[in-house]
Design a protein around this ligand. Structure first.
Ligand code: FEO
Length: 404
């Protein structure tokens, strides 16, 4: 995919990764892109690099605009490998370029590249760099989502280079939000934003909220947000900012998701009466079989719903492995403001239900107890209990949702 001009003299020079399906364990069924940007000003400036496997594409894209040897400044907004692992290749072309990076960024990147060979400038929030007609303003965004992270704001064109924030894991022919919405749908794009937030940024919601407030106080106007993944926002900026606000506040629908795995279908048989009980209480329910659904999709669906009920058989006196993996992932993402329930079948010991509640309590989720567990195979009486559990959970969920 060739370079594209975003505004006069400002170009996307990134690469599309159509093939990636596993992004450090996060399933990416639609691939992703590694976005970086070139400003063709008096002192040509590159904002971010790309994954090292794709840096030749980015260099080729830069070559369509200027000779890469002309780059004077390299801004590194984020040192994670998908963006910074291509920097060294670019520095081979322009070893004399000035690097601008946060203090923490330098410390981290130095573990990957020997920075002592290069001209490194430490920047902090409020620092500016004049590159000709344009001025770059740096805004540190620590823990959004790494300690080193920062935004760069191009003052004259009011473009915010936002690294991972506002990004999406989408490989697409469209570079802009309106193009993507036209050829696909706005709902599809919003879904990709939620997917990305839920799986990457959720633990840092309060940091994001504080940073958005700080940006508002700086009084800067934004008419383009250019993230390091996915499409660039030029037409739906308010929409994505509002979507982020609602995500940061952990807003959720009055709905429930039941996520389960099963060994010999006993836990699976418990799912449907529980769902029916919830539905009879007027609560919409989504059912997800863990083993046949990408984990990133499960997380996104859990994020959308106010209630989450997880089912796991007991295997070897503990959780079923796929459920244990999901709970570990969910705990790291620090989900909050959700009502949690658990169920499952067992053969002789039946620890899984308790273990799931233990994780939920460690996450400080509201729990609905007791959960429900069934020996070997649910009887008609057990299935009736599952239905009553679903109904009672649905009632509690409505009350909980009303007071959140
Ligand atoms: Fe896209 Fe945090 O790297």
């Amino acid at each position: 995919m060739k370079s594209e001009e975003l505004k006069s003299g400002i170009y996307w020079v990134g690469a599309i990764d159509w093939a990636i399906r596993d992004f450090h364990g996060y399933e990416t069924p639609r691939g992703t892109s590694y976005n970086n940007y070139l400003i063709d000003d008096k002192e040509p400036t590159l904002l971010d690099a790309v994954h090292h496997d794709f840096v030749h594409i980015s260099i080729d894209n830069i070559s369509r605009i200027i000779s890469p040897e002309k780059i004077k400044h390299i801004i590194i907004n984020h040192i994670e490998n998908d963006h910074a692992s291509g920097v060294e290749k670019i520095l081979e072309i322009v070893p004399e370029a000035n690097i601008y990076i946060t203090e923490r960024g330098k410390k981290g990147l130095n573990r990957f590249i020997d920075l002592s060979k290069y001209k490194v400038n430490i920047v902090k929030s409020g620092d500016k760099l004049k590159i000709g007609q344009r001025t770059l303003l740096f805004i540190e965004t620590p823990m959004m989502h790494w300690p080193d992270s920062m935004f760069t704001y191009i003052q004259e064109e009011k473009v915010l280079i936002s690294q991972d924030a506002f990004g999406q894991h989408i490989a697409s022919i469209e570079r802009f939000d309106d193009e993507f919405a036209k050829n696909n749908s706005m709902e599809d794009l919003e879904d990709a934003v939620i997917d990305y937030y839920a799986n990457i940024l959720m633990p840092y919601g309060s940091v994001i909220k504080g940073k958005v407030e700080e940006i508002k106080k700086l009084g800067i106007k934004i008419n383009m947000i250019a993230p390091d993944h996915g499409v660039i926002w030029r037409s739906h900026i308010d929409k994505v900012l509002n979507l982020y606000s609602s995500m940061v506040d952990a807003k959720a629908q009055l709905s429930n998701v039941i996520v389960y795995d099963t060994m010999w279908h006993s836990t699976e048989q418990m799912v449907f009466p529980i769902a029916k009980g919830l539905e009879d209480e007027g609560v919409p329910v989504k059912i997800i079989k863990l083993r046949s659904t990408p984990k990133s999709v499960v997380i996104k669906e859990i994020w959308k719903a106010r209630g989450v009920i997880i089912g796991s058989p007991t295997l070897n006196n503990g959780l079923f492995p796929s459920v244990a993996e999901l709970l570990t992932y969910l705990k790291g993402l620090r989900l909050k403001n959700r009502l949690f329930g658990a169920f499952g079948s067992y053969g002789w010991s039946g620890e899984a239900v308790k273990e799931m509640y233990d994780v939920a309590k460690a996450m400080k989720l509201e729990t609905f107890e007791p959960g429900i567990k069934v020996l070997y195979k649910p009887s008609e009486e057990d299935l009736a209990k599952c239905y009553e559990f679903g109904k009672a959970f649905g009632k509690a969920l409505k009350e909980y949702h009303a007071k959140i």
